[in-house]
Design a protein around this ligand. Structure first.
Ligand SMILES: NC(=O)c1ccc[n+]([C@@H]2O[C@H](COP(=O)([O-])OP(=O)(O)OC[C@H]3O[C@@H](n4cnc5c(N)ncnc54)[C@H](OP(=O)(O)O)[C@@H]3O)[C@@H](O)[C@H]2O)c1
Length: 266
């Protein structure tokens, strides 16, 4: 198995992460799947190994724990798993105003969606650079490119950070043969809105604004293969991001009043 190439996917037990697992396995990648729910990871492990000639290992880890990233890295070292693709995908939304959410919840969100993503990149990138090949996909969001909203206070800010961090790393890494992309999906059918309790609100939105995880992921894989720094999924989402970039913020904010901002739970 000398040609075996390994991808590490965080948040692989559901939604976009699980779809990355399916599509990368179909492309011949062996997988290390990370999330908290062992039952979901085990079911996905069975599914991908039944359908593909690849190895798949699972690691039940809570990325909100401060030592979790080092633990994942040590596991790879002990198992001689050489990670050539890192998909930093784990994430969730927290509804409510800033002061209505307790600090422990904010801290866990910062740990999972900011520290973990940066620390795993910091742990695995040096070897990719040494080998002059590798891929890092950081799952951001269209929310990182649109004006801020009241409620879900940290979410857009975190996703803006992910986009800017990924773009900087992309610029550094490209001269070393390592591809880094920020993937920016808009509304995507996954467990995301069930977990944060906004399903009934967001299901009132036009179906035209929604994409499948399958489309988001296949476009994301293509984007990192082409080494695109920032990839926005879907024509409509690209149009929204374009309007946000070029129209005055006041105008965009006015337009958003009747759309996305209306569906933020406070
Ligand atoms: N769905 C959308 O509309 C949308 C739009 C734009 C961006 N995104 C982004 O896409 C990414 C994936 O979200 P999704 O839509 O696929 O949501 P999802 O279906 O709810 O999946 C989220 C994944 O993150 C994992 N996760 C959450 N907390 C974790 C923790 N503390 N430690 C380890 N794993 C954790 C979950 O696994 P466990 O619960 O098993 O730990 C699950 O596998 C997120 O970064 C999200 O912000 C989603």
């Amino acid at each position: 198995m000398n040609n075996q190439k390994w991808a590490l996917i965080t948040g692989a037990s559901a939604g976009i992460g699980a779809e990355f697992a399916r599509q990368l396995a179909a492309k011949g990648w062996s997988l290390l799947l990370v999330a908290r729910r062992t039952d979901k990871l085990t079911a996905l492990q069975t599914e991908v190994t039944n359908h593909n000639q690849v190895e798949c290992q699972i690691l039940a880890v809570d990325l909100a724990e401060v030592n979790a990233n080092q633990l994942v890295f040590n596991y790879c070292h002990e198992q001689k798993i050489n990670i050539s693709m890192l998909v930093n995908n784990a994430g969730y939304g927290v509804p409510g105003d800033f002061d209505a959410v307790d600090w422990t919840t904010h801290q866990a969100m910062l740990q999972v969606m900011l520290i973990s993503l940066v620390e795993l990149s910091h742990l695995f990138y040096p070897n990719m650079k040494k080998e002059k090949q590798g891929f890092i996909i950081n799952v951001a969001s269209l929310a990182g490119l649109t004006p801020p909203t009241a409620g879900h206070t940290l979410y857009g800010a975190l996703k803006s950070f992910v986009i800017k961090f990924s773009h900087s790393l992309h610029l550094e890494a490209k001269e070393h043969g390592v591809h880094v992309s920020a993937l920016c999906p808009g509304f995507t059918y996954t467990e995301f809105h069930d977990v944060n309790g906004t399903r009934s609100m967001v299901s009132q939105m036009s179906k035209k604004l929604w994409m499948t995880a399958s489309d988001v992921v296949s476009q994301g894989i293509q984007a990192v293969e082409k080494n695109q720094a920032v990839y926005i999924n879907g024509r409509r989402n690209r149009m929204i991001a374009g309007l946000c970039k070029y129209l005055p913020e006041g105008v965009v904010r006015f337009l958003m009043k009747g759309s996305v901002a209306k569906f933020r739970k406070r």
